[in-house]
Design a protein around this ligand. Structure first.
Ligand SMILES: Cc1ncc(COP(=O)(O)O)c(C=O)c1O
Length: 442
């Protein structure tokens, strides 16, 4: 197919597939259909965004009604009632005293905004030396320059582009299966949290503005931290007056089985970054939620900051509709139960598969980590053509997934028991088929 559309997956999807890129034309519930009428269970939720499912007339109607009433209201010197309502609704579901909400168009712009706010907060408080931001290995914080700079350099988001923005430092993330500190030990030692403390001590506590982290890094491999990790980060930041920033772009709005992943550990961050699932994929919207005293201090040092499409009324209407559905349909609970069903099903189906090292997750974020050898945990390094073959095999079995190592499954929160079982069957079959294709030594 010849087209003028440039898109990220082009190289992988279009060039390698004889039939050209997948053209998705319709969606309903957890499924999407391509232009040839084939259905797929979308275990990518678009890109981690689809929560309440595709094709919901109630969300479409909310957007439609809003567009007919008022199609634009700039968040400069005016606001729309939906933006005001959304901020109030968010404040009601956000943990602790995260009661002030800045709306932006996307998750990446929310990351940029949070970074600027964190530095500005200290500047406005007279602590102008506080510029350093501590991020973590395996992090993904988006594609803008700040988001890419805060992401693990190994993810290649700045490859060929140049230096990251200044003042970013990286520390290890909790990754129990491959922890450099305690993977071989009987229990987690929380040395990864200690690494944050050490980095702060190294830089000088009075030079550190913030620590930013995804509660459960998704694209980085669905790395679920030990229960003590977030409370410990909270305590470390509190001790030195450092802001704790949780990037819940992926984990927010029910995906992990709670409204926000931070709710699992009762560690309220100072700033929370939101996006994706807030509108269930129906519109583009991001947000930075903050504690009131932070917003009040920023008010003293206002800088020009905003985006034309910040808090677009149609996006706010979609978000309000989705929040209502997540609430009314109990989708946080559904994410928890179906996530557990998915993990248990995969564990049963793949118990004897020698290339499966670990199956882990929280709610509907599930990773199947592949190894050469279960004993040594040597990662299975797959060539691009192996990965394409797995992706194609999954498609042939009616599933779209994030195919890499680990293979990641993150279906919409409306997935039914029956669909979860179908997903287990297809994903396990594709992994078993991969194992069978690899040389016997593996
Ligand atoms: C944790 C996290 N933060 C931020 C972003 C950026 O969000 P967006 O793609 O909406 O700009 C992503 C994107 O995948 C993400 O995973």
């Amino acid at each position: 197919m010849s087209s003028s559309l440039w898109f990220q997956g082009q190289v992988q999807a279009a060039l390698r597939q004889a039939g050209g890129p997948l053209l998705l034309v319709r969606g309903e519930g957890s499924r999407v259909w391509d232009d040839r009428g084939r259905a797929y269970l979308d275990a990518r939720s678009g890109v981690w965004a689809v929560t309440v499912g595709y094709g919901r007339p109630d969300v479409a109607a909310a957007v439609h009604d809003q567009l007919r009433r008022l199609s634009f209201a700039p968040l400069t010197d005016a606001a729309s009632p939906v933006a005001v309502d959304l901020a109030a609704r968010l404040a009601a579901v956000l943990p602790g005293d995260l009661t002030m909400v800045a709306l932006v168009p996307t998750g990446s712009e929310a990351v940029d905004t949070a970074l600027k706010f964190a530095r500005l907060y200290h500047y406005a408080g007279g602590r102008r030396r506080r510029r350093i931001v501590i991020s973590r290995e395996y992090a993904t914080h988006g594609s803008t320059y700040a988001g890419a700079s805060l992401s693990d350099p190994d993810r290649g988001l700045l490859r060929g582009i140049g230096a990251p923005i200044s003042g970013i430092r990286f520390v290890p993330a909790p990754y129990r299966y491959r922890c450099r500190f305690c993977a071989d030990g009987p229990a987690c030692t929380l040395a990864c949290a200690g690494a944050v403390e050490e980095a702060i001590a190294r830089e000088g506590p009075d030079r550190v503005a913030a620590v930013i982290a995804e509660p459960v890094p998704g694209p980085g491999g669905v790395l679920v931290p030990p229960d003590e990790y977030w409370p410990r980060l909270r305590a470390i930041c509190d001790r030195d007056g450092i802001l704790l920033v949780a990037d819940e772009v992926i984990t927010g709005f029910g995906r992990t089985g709670r409204w926000f992943a931070s709710d699992h550990w009762q560690a309220v961050p100072d700033l929370m970054i939101l996006g994706k699932g807030m509108t269930g994929g129906y519109q583009t919207l991001g947000a930075v939620a903050m504690r009131r005293h932070i917003a009040e201090r920023l008010d003293r040092r206002l800088i020009p900051h905003g985006f034309t499409y910040s808090g677009h009324p149609a996006a706010c209407a979609a978000a309000l509709a989705c929040l209502r559905i997540v609430d009314e349909e109990g989708l946080t609970v559904r994410a928890a139960t179906e996530g557990a069903r998915l993990r248990e099903g995969l564990r049963r189906a793949l118990a004897a598969c020698p290339i499966v090292g670990e199956i882990r997750g929280l709610g509907l974020m599930v990773a199947v980590e592949l190894v050469e050898d279960r004993g040594t945990r040597t990662p299975l390094r797959l060539k691009a053509r192996d990965l394409d073959r797995v992706a194609q095999d999954l498609r042939d079995r009616g599933v779209l997934a994030f195919v890499d190592n680990p293979v990641i499954l993150a279906p919409p929160l409306v997935i039914t028991e029956r669909e979860t079982d179908d997903l287990v069957e297809a994903a396990a079959a594709a992994v078993l088929a991969l194992g069978a294709r690899l040389p016997a030594a593996r």
